[in-house]
Design a protein. Structure first.
Length: 102
């Protein structure tokens, strides 16, 4: 297993490089999908994804829900969030503890 990767627009993912994460700057949903598929194939345990690209990989996110890893976790982009990241976090916490704390 490898570490953590971050996929998104350059200005979103570049700061994660300073933390030692593997980054993949992308501009389109297709590029994001290719990056996610690569990181899944390479055995990454956590893939952080800019939420602007969630629609392009929603099927991959659904597939990874069935296995221990990788976890694909969305984060807001540079222009702000759409609420997807918060909703995913909410569902994961609800599943883990059995209660909605939001």
């Amino acid at each position: 297993m490898k570490n953590i990767a971050c996929v998104g627009e350059r200005e979103v993912v570049f700061p994660f490089k300073a933390l030692g994460l593997e980054i993949r700057p992308v501009n389109t949903g297709e590029e994001a999908r290719e990056a996610i598929e690569h990181f899944i194939k390479e055995g990454y345990v956590l893939i952080i994804l800019q939420e602007d690209f969630v629609d392009a990989v929603s099927d991959l996110m659904a597939e990874t829900e069935k296995v221990p890893y990788p976890a694909i976790f969305p984060i807001p982009g540079s222009r702000g969030g759409k609420g997807i990241a918060l909703e995913v976090l909410r569902e994961k916490i609800k599943k883990a503890i059995g209660a909605d704390i939001f």
